[in-house]
Design a protein around this ligand. Structure first.
Ligand code: PMP
Length: 422
């Protein structure tokens, strides 16, 4: 049985050109990119080439690209690194200007630095914010995302306080694929910064987790007006365990991991050279794929999938905005059907789909994303995420829809639900 993989938001297969580019750096060219001998220089050259490929992708300078172990680390570095810099400046600048350091840290009676994020970020952002709140290091506002799964600019505007140091909003949601108005937020923040008359005022900074966006959406830092942007290789046909953080020049940020001087002293640890080479090749290929109409092909297939499911399966619903979502994402819920049961049954038929984020799919708690768009816990349990990839075919989609139809019908029968349509 040929298996059908429709879980590209969880991870993607490594592209054959990416693999080919990486292979020499595991064995023959195994040097440490920090060594000064020829082995090291060979690795350094490869790493520099990847940095150039990312700089083209982000439309930025080479020194604005920081390699990490993936988006989890990039997001942690962006948020904790900015906060750490904020606090370290407070202690090093005696008599710091009120505009730069508007409050006393650690004094619970005073105002703490403020972070704005959304209520349906990936756990690596949400949990980071929650930890910082618990430790008394920051106050956090979690913006609502409403039924369509999209934040409102007015909410961002209203939430900004004088002590807001960071706004972190994901580009594309990993479960329901909805696209956030990143460019508009970037514009708003730039205006806000201009309004602040005090010299030297750098805050608020703007970070976006572009992990699920990088394949299909513009990651040009200038056009987006962002200061920090996270990506991960394994979501874009690159290897697992490597990612990058775009950091705008002069952004106040400190490293969160102590050690060597790698990555402009912002990320200590021996470089994952094969991984970095793979990430570079992966971002380079995105441009070629999209210019060849790759995302349009996926969009048409995805629309075909949504149409068939909603018309052929009674009491099925699409979660999140239909228009404003990533071209490869469809997330449904089926009344009276448990999502986990559906995923397991489909897996037995050779179809790989998911209920939501792979990072928490072992948990039985309803998805925080689906609760954030206003679903009741029992509705959130009945969801199914299908995410297409560049090699997905129409035949695969049709086979998957036929199997989903059959399985939903069977599970509803088992659960004793009486639906006249079946
Ligand atoms: N952010 C988002 C939106 C994601 O989808 C993921 C992966 N599920 C991550 C962050 C974490 O990425 P990584 O696996 O590279 O740590």
């Amino acid at each position: 049985m040929k298996k059908i993989y429709l879980d590209h938001a969880a991870t993607t297969p490594v592209d054959k050109n990416v693999l080919k580019a990486m292979l020499p750096y595991f064995s023959g060219k195994f040097g440490n990119a920090m060594s000064i001998h020829s082995f090291g220089q060979e690795a350094l050259e490869a790493k520099d080439k990847a940095r150039e490929q990312l700089a083209v992708f982000f439309n930025c300078e080479l020194s604005e690209v920081i390699f990490t172990s993936g988006a989890t680390e990039s997001n942690n570095l962006a948020i904790k690194g900015v906060l750490r810099s904020y606090y370290s400046k407070f202690y090093s600048l005696k008599g710091a200007k009120k505009a730069i350091m508007p409050q006393l840290p650690f004094n619970k009676t005073k105002i703490r630095p403020h972070i704005i994020t959304s209520s349906f970020e990936h756990h690596c952002v949400l949990d980071t914010c929650k930890t910082l709140e618990k430790e008394g290091m920051a106050d956090v506002t979690y913006l609502p995302v409403y039924k369509k799964g999209i934040i409102k600019i007015q909410d961002v505007k209203k939430a900004i306080r004088p002590e807001t140091i960071l706004i972190s909003i994901m580009y594309v949601n990993n479960e329901i694929g909805t696209v956030q108005p990143i460019k508009e937020i970037g514009k708003l923040i730039r205006e806000k910064k201009k309004e602040k008359k005090e010299e030297g005022e750098l805050y608020p900074l703007f970070h976006t987790d572009a992990t699920q966006a990088a394949n299909y959406f513009d990651c040009d830092a200038e056009k987006l007006g962002i200061d920090l942007l996270s990506v991960s290789a394994h979501k874009i046909y690159g290897p697992k365990g490597v990612g990058a953080l775009y950091v705008r020049k002069n952004t106040p940020i400190k490293r969160i991991q102590d050690g060597g001087d790698q990555e402009y002293k912002l990320r200590a640890g021996t470089h994952n050279v094969p991984g970095i080479v793979g990430l570079g090749k992966a971002v380079e290929q995105i441009r070629t794929q999209n210019s060849k109409g790759g995302s349009k092909k996926i969009l048409d297939l995805r629309n075909h999938l949504i149409k068939r499911i909603l018309t052929e399966i009674p009491k099925s619903h699409l979660n999140g905005s239909k228009e404003n979502r990533s071209p490869n994402n469809a997330n449904f819920r089926f009344d009276n059907v448990e999502g986990e049961g559906l995923v397991l049954s489909l897996d037995m038929e050779g179809i790989a789909v998911s209920t939501g984020s792979a990072c928490s799919s072992g948990a039985l708690d309803p998805s925080h994303v689906l609760l954030a768009i206003g679903l009741k816990p029992e509705q959130a349990h009945g969801s199914l995420r299908l995410t297409l990839g560049k090699n997905t075919t129409r035949k695969e989609i049709d086979m998957a829809v036929d199997k989903i139809k059959e399985t939903v019908k069977r599970l509803r029968k088992i659960s004793g639900s009486v639906l006249e349509e079946f």
